[in-house]
Design a protein around this ligand. Structure first.
Ligand code: NDP
Length: 690
């Protein structure tokens, strides 16, 4: 609901239609900014505007009338901005942000406008007409905030929190005004408010969820529906229903039935179904890529060549392996021999992250199904749509019912899977914290786990590297999928002798990257997945600045034209970074590159390894011996020499240290979806001492 339209039309914020009136109001604001309230007189305004004082009185009566009109004009403009933002968004958290952003925008922090506001606030208690305008303005702000907050937290809490947010908006604004606008920084003020709101919402008791749209972090109950939003526009794409214990149990039972049938089929027959699935995926590439772009905000330029296609590649690869799964024959002498059978685990679970929803579903299901397992898959709640398509396509390709099923929901649904006694394995792609939680829960039933977790990977550019290739590598390592790639090398170590040249070429290319509508084939950088995630990324960028890193380019939210409706951030490059900075140590998962300088090989290896993560690493050098020597010493599961972020399905993918356990892709994945049965076969009589 647009709360602004609910206000009575009698309000004193009527538009001034006449252009002369508007001109006089603007001149009044100029005068207030320069001379203050007392110094602003009718004669003075008339002189500035080049009209007679009589004309000014004709329009506004007296000075009070003129100032009253000017104050209304200021409040109306903020109101218009709030309304324009609210019209485009429906999620309550985003609507709260819209109120904050409009009230603390650059324009309101500009010296001219800000000083005029200050002049008015100073008179509100003495001039009743100004008091009226101010009351309406405050009421609107509170109503807008309360309305959104009531969808997130209980009513009383919503009222309290709305009052606090409004007071903080006034407070940060006033502090900037009283500093004579020397401390005026709209972005920091908004970041402060954002952090405050997020902190309070996190601590507040959750309101029971609405069926139609559930906020991030506010899980709906089983059976309730939640919406999936397009991060580029805020539009609702569809709704899915949360699976609770009853649905998960039913899915496990159906999976058990299907798995028996599936596992009894010869590998060649399973392979045919997987290949057919891949064929259908390829034939529907464009349609699925478009859906993925809408659900994730990633540009169609990427999803149409990577997401669906790499899923299909994976299915074809494991289809081939399904036919060659085999055990071992072990010679035990003349009287016996042994053999091993590579058997499926049974029913397994896959839990996906939101950055590559369909690809992750394929990367998990292809090896699981090739080995004869059934899989229950839970996509991330932010991107629930394409996994459902995959389920349909599997069935169309001839997969027995129950062998691949999608359950929807939040962390609680994930936990139902990881804790289920009849699920034998869980493969998670997610954050380190989630990995910990999943492993702890899985331990109760001794499940196998594969954990594909986060990273803060290094890319090392030596002085002999081919510079353009190294720059291309750094770009691929940071800005694909708006930087939301787990293996990204966000710590780019560049040898001091080439750093200036590297940065020069890098910035030239970043400056012309096209951020825009994900559905436009020319767009290279799309939206971040959610408003909450965008705020996190912007928060890191601000933190980088505060910590002393130099932002060379980008790093701002883009709100021009239609992009204002979504969560777009211009790719950022930081220089002057130190190893101890937050932006260098922590996973940001956004388009933020930190460039670091190094002098020698030993030093850079040590610094590259000085992290709890160990997902990936890259080296650019023309010295082959050095390339292999350095790679051998880097603590990372997946490495590239003279390239970055290419992940052919034939190569195992995964991390070491806190970045994960186990591997996806390659033959290595088979180990994680099968168990060995050892069989001893006697060829002679049984010799017993009894
Ligand atoms: P999260 O860890 O927040 O969520 C991952 C999945 O786990 C979601 O489906 C989530 O559900 C679910 N989940 C959350 N808590 C639990 C729990 N206690 N038990 C079971 N399931 C749970 O990750 P994001 O979706 O935010 O993805 C970003 C992270 O994923 C980054 O850290 C990134 O590095 C990592 N990642 C790693 C990759 C790799 O291969 N190593 C590849 C891609 C991403 P819900 O979303 O519904 O809350």
């Amino acid at each position: 609901m647009n709360t602004q339209s609910a206000n009575p039309p009698e309000n004193p914020l009527e538009p001034l239609e006449d252009s002369r009136r508007r001109q006089l109001v603007e001149v009044t604001i100029d005068s207030l900014a320069e001379l203050g309230y007392v110094g602003t007189t009718l004669a003075q305004i008339a002189g500035r505007a080049g009209v007679s004082p009589g004309l000014v009185s004709h329009y506004f009566g007296d000075k009070d009338g003129l100032l009253d009109a000017a104050f209304r004009s200021l409040t109306r403009r903020v109101g218009d901005h709030v309304r324009a933002r609210l019209r485009q968004i429906s999620s309550p958290r985003a609507r709260i942000q819209a109120v904050i952003d409009a009230n603390l925008s650059q324009e309101e922090f500009a010296q001219r406008t800000g000083t005029a506001w200050l002049a008015f606030w100073g008179q509100v208690l003495q001039v009743p007409s100004l008091k009226r305008v101010q009351s309406v303005y405050q009421r609107r702000t509170l109503t807008n905030l309360r309305c959104s907050l009531k969808r997130l937290v209980p009513k009383d809490e919503a009222h309290n929190l709305a009052a606090m947010i409004a007071a903080m908006i006034d407070g940060v604004w006033l502090r900037a005004a009283l500093s004579g606008w020397r401390e005026a920084d709209s972005e920091s003020a908004r970041a402060l408010l954002t952090e405050f709101v997020d902190g309070r919402l996190k601590a507040a008791p959750a309101r029971s969820a609405t069926p139609e749209g559930v906020e991030v972090g506010r899980a709906p109950a089983p059976g309730e529906r939640f919406a999936s939003y397009n991060p580029a526009t805020g539009e609702v794409l569809g709704h899915v229903t949360v699976a609770g214990p009853a649905q998960v149990n039913a899915a496990v039972r159906a999976a058990q039935r299907g798995q028996i049938k599936w596992a009894s089929m010869p590998g060649a027959e399973r392979a045919r179904v997987l290949r057919r699935t891949a064929e259908i995926l390829r034939s529907r590439n464009q349609e699925l890529a478009e859906l993925e772009s809408r659900d994730t905000g990633k540009p169609i330029q990427e999803t149409s060549v990577v997401d669906v296609i790499s899923g299909a590649d994976c299915l074809e690869y494991f289809a081939a392996l399904a036919q060659s799964l085999s055990g071992e024959h072990i010679d035990l002498g003349a009287q016996a021999f042994g053999y091993t059978r590579r058997e499926p685990l049974g029913v397994v679970a896959g839990i996906g992250a939101w950055n590559y929803p369909l690809q992750i579903a394929c990367w998990k299901s292809a090896p699981a199904l090739a080995c004869g397992n059934a899989m229950i898959f839970k996509p991330a709640e932010l991107t629930p749509l394409t996994a459902v398509k995959l389920e349909e396509i599997f069935l169309e390709a001839g997969l027995p019912p129950g062998v691949f099923q999608v359950v929807q929901g939040f962390a609680e649904t994930g936990r139902l899977l990881t804790r289920h006694p009849d699920i034998r394995k869980v493969s998670l792609t997610g954050e380190v914290g989630t990995g910990n939680a999943v492993m702890t829960d899985a331990a109760q039933t001794l499940k196998n786990v594969t954990l594909e977790l986060g990273g803060k990977s290094p890319l090392i550019v030596f002085e002999d590297a081919r510079l353009d290739n190294a720059v291309s590598g750094a770009l691929l390592a940071n800005f694909y999928s708006s930087g939301q790639v787990c293996s990204n090398a966000t710590r780019v170590f560049v040898h001091s002798s080439i750093k200036a040249a590297f940065l020069e070429r890098l910035l030239r290319r970043v400056a012309v990257m096209r951020v825009g509508d994900p559905m436009d084939p020319a767009t290279q950088v799309g939206a971040l997945v959610s408003e909450q995630h965008m705020q996190k990324v912007l928060g890191y960028i601000e933190r980088g600045r505060v910590e002393g890193a130099r932002l060379l380019i980008g790093g701002r939210r883009i709100t021009t034209g239609a992009l204002a409706r979504g969560w777009f951030v211009a790719p950022a490059v930081f220089d002057n970074c130190r190893d101890d900075m937050g932006i260098v140590r922590e996973e940001i998962f956004g388009p933020v590159m930190s460039v670091l300088e190094f002098e020698d090989e030993r030093e850079v290896i040590e610094r590259a390894n000085a992290t709890e993560f160990g997902l990936a690493a890259g080296v650019f050098t023309n010295d082959l011996t050095r390339a292999h020597r350095v790679i051998a010493r880097l603590q990372a599961g997946t490495c590239w020499i003279n390239h970055y972020n290419v992940t052919p399905v034939e190569l195992p993918f995964g991390g070491v240290k806190m970045s994960g356990l186990g591997r996806e892709n390659g033959r290595a994945a088979l180990e994680h979806y099968t168990q060995l049965k050892s069989v001893y076969v006697a060829m002679g009589d049984v010799d017993a001492p009894y």
